[in-house]
Design a protein around this ligand. Structure first.
Ligand code: NAI
Length: 216
């Protein structure tokens, strides 16, 4: 088993995909799979899979392969899906509502404990059983409830002030949907940026390249 600090971020970033694949195998009643078969299904190589799992101690048995429910549960454990990282949402507009309804219905290890917006008309409305509070209550709420993670779904112009406050009251990690570069402003915090249009722009470039080649 590798020391935590020696496990590369690319291995860690592959874990959710393993988890998702294994979940689907499990749901389809598959109990046992070889690294070769798992690799073929995932478009990886068997040695890559073995290398990734060996970072965490290796889970297969020579001649048997992997027990799917066991492996799924072990990877879930590594990812921390059974934990409850206290999380708040900033911005309960279209995106905030959609994201909240989707990501907090799955077991991901994050527990939504508070929702904040500056629009008074939204305050008091509930999302997933949690009331939307006025952003003015953010600081006191964080001091009292000690959330660790924030999901930010507000325009970039408002982000600088809000992230300064969030970092000051102890937020350690961000799922950031805005264009504001949190990591530049606060190098010590963990940030996962999500930009749906980046995927579309990449796809656009690749699609256009294919079309241009065909036209030549
Ligand atoms: P929206 O206008 O429906 O919602 C924004 C919400 O944020 C509103 O309820 C507003 O009152 C609230 N808000 C604004 N400033 C605030 C502050 N300082 N404190 C608390 N609440 C505040 O907009 P939508 O569609 O939900 O998008 C939100 C942001 O996410 C936009 O800036 C948009 O550019 C970005 N976005 C990012 C995407 C991505 O893939 N990363 C995809 C779609 C939108």
């Amino acid at each position: 088993m590798a020391a935590k600090e020696d496990i590369s971020i690319s291995v860690i970033k592959r874990l959710p995909r393993y988890y998702r694949f294994l979940q689907s195998l499990k749901e389809n009643g598959i109990v046992r799979i070889s690294s070769k078969e798992l690799a073929a299904r995932m478009g990886l190589t068997a040695s890559q899979i073995r290398h990734d799992f060996n970072c965490f101690g290796g889970f297969g048995q020579q001649g048997y392969g992997y027990n799917v429910p066991e492996l799924h549960s072990k990877i879930g454990e590594i990812l921390g899906v059974n934990k409850e990282i206290k999380t708040i949402l900033i911005g309960a507009g279209n995106l905030g509502k959609a994201v909240t309804n989707k990501i907090f219905s799955k077991k991901t290890g994050f527990k939504l404990i508070g929702i904040f917006d500056k629009n008074e008309a939204l305050c008091g409305n509930m999302i997933k059983g949690i009331p939307i509070r006025n952003i003015n209550y953010l600081e006191n709420f964080c001091i009292d409830n000690e959330p660790v993670c924030a999901v930010t779904c507000i325009p970039s112009n408002d982000m600088s002030e809000i992230t300064d406050l969030l970092v000051k009251v102890g937020i350690k990690s961000f799922l950031n949907f805005s264009n504001f570069d949190i990591a530049m402003a606060h190098p010590g915090v963990l940030v996962e940026n999500v930009h749906l249009t980046d995927s579309l722009l990449t796809l656009g470039y690749l699609t256009n390249s294919t079309l241009n080649v065909e036209e030549e």
